[in-house]
Write a protein that binds this ligand. Structure first.
Ligand code: CTP
Ligand code: MG
Length: 375
């Protein structure tokens, strides 16, 4: 019995010998995250895909982030795909994808899944545009030639049957050819130049240049009341002062404003939604964990934090002497360079609640970049 499930298999058990380097190419960094994280995010976030299983060499398992499903691969790509198929359970449909093709868009996945409603399998294909010549100078007719990419989508039972029937010891670098060998039908859907495989070291620069970064800025604002008998935490730094800020957590207005700004860049709601003040676990909590969480959410989307600009509004204490410590601390929490954090302060000329010393306000603007094409 098969379910209606769709499982994506990412083969990543190769050694990347043609690329070189101390780490296999799929674990090297592209645009701020490991190559394999790009396609994993695209597949895991697709609404029609239920599960993603990564096939890795046993000794590389420790490189995978917590929560990823994985199985051990084999000596050839074919063996690795087979290991993935064994782990795909009762899935009705499988997608087989090379970890070495990071820039996978939702549109390609949509086209493949639509095509296997009719055919046994579907592959992304790009027509060959260049003139093709043999070594002796004679030309090859290119009108019917395509470059075949991954992911390749199949009805699971058909791909399993193709693997079972494939002669032992014969290699195959492409799953569709195995299904065809058994008489299965394969649809060609429109491929994507972004999906080019990383094979040689120089392919990294090409892939990096292909990433279509979208810059986003968002603001955050917070206010807390100054009271006697409270500690004053600002920008993650404990500041000696006659009064401190009161609130459910440590009431660090600066970190709260930055947290909201970061959440804003990915339209992920606000700090109160993620850490409700009504929840006792956040009573007296250090606010650095709120900020770190927001940064994780941005990075999970493939985002990179570009710049943080913070303005504190208060009559006292003087912020200047603590500015560098705050920059250091904020940068450390966000895991970015200190040069990417600006801390400013202003009084409000004794006007309003900040002017009367009743509270401190903070405003932050976060600028990030996101891989926009992936949406
Ligand atoms: N692959 C695999 N198991 C293998 C060999 C390859 O899972 N035994 C995967 C690779 O990790 C890659 C994909 O198949 O995602 C395509 O293979 P290729 O580009 O050839 O990668 P490598 O084999 O790692 O590279 P090289 O051939 O240069 O060593
Ligand atoms: Mg190989």
């Amino acid at each position: 019995m098969t379910s209606a499930k769709t499982v994506a298999l990412i083969v990543a058990a190769g050694r990347g010998e043609r690329t070189g380097g101390s780490v296999p190419k799929q674990f090297q960094t592209l645009g701020g995250r490991p190559v394999i994280a790009w396609s994993h995010a695209a597949l895991a976030s697709h609404p029609l895909i239920d599960d993603v299983i990564v096939i890795v060499a046993e000794e590389e398992t420790a490189r995978l982030p917590d929560g990823w499903k994985s199985v051990s691969g084999g000596a050839t790509r074919l063996d690795s795909v087979r290991a993935g198929l064994d782990a795909a359970g009762d899935a009705a449909r499988v997608l087989v994808h090379d970890a070495a093709r990071p820039l996978l868009s939702r549109a390609v996945i949509d086209r493949l899944l639509a095509a296997i409603a009719i055919d046994d399998g579907a592959v992304p294909a790009l027509p060959v545009a260049d003139t093709l010549s043999r070594g002796d100078g004679t030309l090859v007719d290119r009108h019917d030639l395509y470059r075949i990419q991954t992911p390749q989508a199949f009805r699971t039972e058909v791909l399993r049957a193709a693997h079972a029937a494939w002669p032992a010891g014969r290699d195959a670098t492409d799953d569709a050819q195995m299904v065809r060998a058994l008489g299965g039908s394969i649809a060609l859907v429109q491929g994507d130049p972004m999906l080019e495989k990383i094979t040689y070291a120089e392919d990294f620069a090409v892939a990096e240049a292909r990433i279509d970064w979208e810059t986003r800025s968002a603001s955050g604002l917070d206010v807390h009341r100054l009271e006697d008998g409270e500690e004053l935490w600002l920008g993650g730094v404990l500041i000696p002062h006659t009064q401190g800020l009161s609130g459910h957590s440590d009431a660090d207005v600066a970190l709260h404003a930055i947290t909201d700004a970061l959440l804003g860049t990915i339209a992920a709601g606000d700090i109160g939604q993620h850490f409700p003040p009504s929840d006792p676990q956040w009573k007296g909590a250090a606010s650095d964990q709120f900020l770190a969480h927001a940064a994780t959410l941005v990075r999970d989307r493939g985002g990179q934090i570009g710049f943080i600009d913070l303005t504190l509004m208060c009559e006292a204490p003087k912020i200047g002497p603590h500015r560098e410590a705050m920059r250091r601390r904020i940068a450390a929490i966000l895991n970015i360079a200190e040069e990417r954090v600006s801390v400013k302060a202003t009084t409000t000329e004794k006007l309003g609640f900040t002017g009367r010393g009743e509270g401190i306000a903070a405003q932050a603007i976060a600028t990030i970049r996101l891989p926009g094409w992936q949406a």
